[in-house]
Design a protein around this ligand. Sequence first.
Ligand code: CMP
Length: 169
Amino acid sequence: MYSDLIHLGGADKYVDEVLEIINSIKLLDDFSADEVRYLCAYMQCYAAPRDYSLLVEGTGGDYLLLILSGGVDVYKNDASAEGRHMVARLGIGDTIGEMSLIDGFPRSATCITTHPTDFAVFSRASMQELLVNMPKLGNKILIKLLQLMTERLRDTSNRYPDGAFFSLV
Ligand code: CMP
């Protein structure tokens, strides 16, 4: 995974940095410092340059990324001259890739960095391990992921009038 990027090591080395931006991290904003510390032990961090495709629509993948610095644009493929259209601009504290982590289907969109971007990876295997080792914390993060996904779906569908959204997906 991301063998062409700089591997920054386990997120447990960056707990203080994560706690500094905890209020911007929707996934973790109501987690205690101890819970964050425990979760960080399950994540690996990488640094990507600008214009790097972190996730590619239609490809497989069973992990999510937590953006720690920089940002990404999210694109859906379409039949226009450009071949794609932007559906979201995301930044520090946002997560991408949670859809395939949960349902195992191919990536629903392509996510390209807009700036040099540091991110943490949380895989389905880690999620399963967490659910076995710390069910309360595992369930807390699962529910948070569900909330983020429904929030994003509401946000996207609200931006398209009269069902136009449903012709895009
Ligand atoms: P996933 O399908 O695993 O991989 C692509 C990711 O892009 C997806 O998970 C979401 O994290 C993100 N994504 C897809 N569609 C949208 C959207 N409409 N708004 C924000 N993010 C999206």
